[in-house]
Ligand binder design. Structure first.
Ligand code: MEV
Length: 316
């Protein structure tokens, strides 16, 4: 393979509440998700640049559209160092399911930027990291709010308002978050575009739904601050209904959300861009989280992760 390995790591993210509304100026709450991560390794080698592969749990899943943002920033970063693209090889391995609303594209970009700066012995500032990650995200997602890159780079929960503030919101809750993958590719960009169309065509309805989501996010923040997990769960479920009205859910997401609610979840909703991708459910105890996770798998989830919201880090 060659030597001089530089490694860059980045972890995935989960949006607790406020997705889509955040694109339109409302707040959102997101947290890092260390159970999923990306590793980019760079090797010195003769020949042309090779984007070796993109692995998700051992499966090769190269999606050219998704890689366009990445290849663009790789080229531009290398050019900015006055280096040549020819003589290295990049290998990306990820346990973040791609295109499932878990921050895969942002994490791949961040891990790769970190590895590139290390490889070329360049000091990497947070500003550079944001700049390049957001360039890549714009190519992949059109006009993203920036919440994915901010959460992946910050590696702590945040309360985020597009273009305004990005407040670290570290919290510990005596609760468990279950993330379930529908197994269907999410369609963030199409969903974001359709929400915009809905707002353009029917501003009263569209804006009202976006504002209701913003209201729920502020309430969710209060519920977290007062450690009221029952209320938080109820707010999450309300947010799912509004996201469904916005047209960003789908049958499988709705199915898994109702499976979770029938099995004593405190609340459940889609997470991220929707139209596929992942859903989340809140459980009060580890036993309930494991039970819920099993039920979700039995009812069609492709994969699940359980995150302990009371301690740092996640467990599967
Ligand atoms: C994607 O993770 C979250 C969305 O709100 C899009 C964005 O914020 O850019 C759907």
């Amino acid at each position: 393979m060659g030597d001089e390995i530089s490694i860059g790591i980045a972890i995935g993210k989960v949006i607790l509440i406020g997705e889509h509304a955040v694109v339109h100026g409302q707040p959102a709450l997101a947290m890092p998700f260390p159970a999923t991560k990306v590793k980019t390794a760079i090797y010195r080698k003769e020949g042309s640049l090779t984007l070796d592969c993109f692995f998700y749990n051992g499966f090769f899943s190269e999606v050219p559209d998704r890689l366009l943002g990445l290849t663009t920033i790789i080229r531009d970063i290398v050019n900015s160092f006055d280096e040549k693209l020819e003589d290295f090889r990049i290998r990306i391995e990820s346990t973040i399911p791609p295109e499932r609303g878990m921050g895969s594209s942002a994490a791949v970009a961040v891990a790769t930027i970190r590895a590139l700066y290390d490889f070329f012995r360049q000091p990497l500032t947070k500003e550079d990291l944001f700049k390049w990650a957001n360039i890549s995200e714009k190519i992949v997602h059109g006009n993203p709010s920036g919440i994915d890159a901010a959460t992946v780079i910050g590696e702590e929960p945040i309360y985020y308002i597009k273009g305004k503030s990005f407040i670290p919101f570290p919290f510990k809750l005596d609760a468990y978050l279950i993330v379930a993958d529908t197994g269907e590719l999410g369609k963030t960009q199409a969903a974001v575009n359709d929400v915009r169309k809905l707002i353009d065509l029917n501003p009263q309805k569209g804006r009202s739904l976006i504002e209701q989501l913003g209201f729920l996010t502020r309430n969710a923040k209060d519920a977290i601050e007062s450690k009221d997990i029952v209320k938080l769960g109820q707010i999450m479920s309300k947010a799912h209904l509004i996201l469904d009205k916005l047209g960003v859910s789908n049958d499988k997401l709705n199915h898994l959300v109702s499976v979770a609610m029938r099995n004593e979840a405190l609340g459940a909703k889609l997470t991220g861009g929707g139209r596929g991708g992942c859903m989340i459910a809140l459980a009060a105890t580890k036993d309930e989280a494991i039970k819920l996770s099993n039920k979700l798998i039995l009812n069609g989830a492709e994969n699940t992760w359980i995150s302990n919201m009371g301690v740092d880090g996640n467990e599967e």
